[in-house]
Design a protein around this ligand. Structure first.
Ligand SMILES: [Zn+2]
Length: 162
């Protein structure tokens, strides 16, 4: 089941705007509201890794996932930042959003949506975040998105991974 009921980012636009980066991308299927996040990610990562290649961008559990080839820490953190911010950015319009997570037993897509684009149903589900929201791990070091500084900051390893 899939409901592409809102405009998607067009892979062709990314290919044209960032020569080389998206040429071999197989799949880009996220809402246009996240285009700014994708652009910020590439703009931030490219200077650190000019050989950056993005393979795939998709939505999973309501937030954006980016698959790319880079071993450069700054580029990986830029990717993590974009993914983290997708959990607080409406996938439809790019405004501030919240992860709309269906209650247990209810079969429905998780989506990150603003007040305007959430259905009454979705709005009633509350605004919970997954425990992993905004965190990532690179070579054993954990990072968390910090809203105040708009950067990924180092954190202690979460308890369940110690
Ligand atoms: Zn919206």
């Amino acid at each position: 089941m899939h409901d592409p009921d809102f405009p998607r980012i067009k892979l062709d636009d990314l290919v044209a705007d960032y020569p080389g980066v998206f040429d071999s991308a197989r799949y880009v299927d996220v809402g246009i509201g996240w285009l700014g996040l994708v652009r910020d990610f590439v703009a931030e990562a490219l200077p650190h890794d000019p050989a950056l290649v993005v393979h795939e961008i998709k939505e999973k559990w309501g937030t954006m996932r980016v698959w790319c080839d880079t071993d450069v820490l700054a580029a990986r953190l830029a990717k993590g930042k974009a993914e983290a911010k997708s959990g607080m950015t409406c996938e439809v319009c790019g405004a501030e959003g919240w992860l709309r997570r269906p209650p247990p037993g209810r079969m429905a897509w998780w989506r990150t949506l603003c007040q305007e684009h959430a259905s009454p149903d979705q709005a009633a589900w509350g605004q919970q975040a997954r425990w992993t929201a905004g965190t990532m791990q690179v070579s054993g070091q954990w990072y968390r998105y910090d809203l105040e500084t708009d950067t990924m900051i180092e954190i202690e390893t979460p308890e369940r991974f110690r």
